[in-house]
Design a protein around this ligand. Sequence first.
Ligand code: OFO
Length: 172
Amino acid sequence: MLSGKIEDALNKQIAIEAESSQFYLAMASWAETQGLNGTSTFLYEHSDEERMHMLKLVHFVNERGGKAIIPVLQQPPSEFESITNIFESLLNHEIMVSEQINHVVDICLQEKDYTTHNFMQWYVSEQIEEEALARTIMDKLNMIGTDKGGLYLFDRDLERISGSVNKGQSTE
Ligand code: OFO
């Protein structure tokens, strides 16, 4: 059984994962309108992954005797300046999410809820991977700068590393 404090923290995390999914969906849609097919495929997939993160929490809360709250979401931006601007926002967003996950883990320890603590370790590892990937992408973009040929190849590379969701494989 979840304590009220843990249930609130997990519901807050459900909202954060849902917001992440919406945010990346908005980025994906913008990239699609710019003809950036690789970037949009990557971001659509990332948005789907965030939805999976949200669902995993929803099921956990409900299975542990709590009640998952499906949140109202803010409208994300519909315009972005550039690919670099998108991935900068994505990295900053992931850093914020990691801080929130750590906060949930802290509460688990305070409440001595080792089951939820154990469950949250999956998110801790996932955040390490997501932040690392976003940093690698930003390093590449910083190297490319505004070089159009470089950006074309970058977009094509992203297409190559994407697609597991679209091919029906789980990315969990
Ligand atoms: Fe849910 O992993 Fe990113 O935010």
